[in-house]
Design a protein around this ligand. Sequence first.
Ligand code: ZN
Length: 67
Amino acid sequence: MIIGRVLENEKKVKFDVDITCTNCGKKVPGGLQTGESYYKTQEFERELADFKEKYLCGICRDKNRRN
Ligand SMILES: [Zn+2]
């Protein structure tokens, strides 16, 4: 999964975080990628925190769509 910003022709940084579905609590293997220049910036930290706060696993996302 890619979050944040990746510039054209920019190298991506791969990193692992624990992501937990905010609905069912299922842990998801958090292999994420972002652009090298974006990684570890304040915006990056904010976006990552936001991402984790709102994360839904595939199953819960599907349920949401159907309801
Ligand atoms: Zn879920």
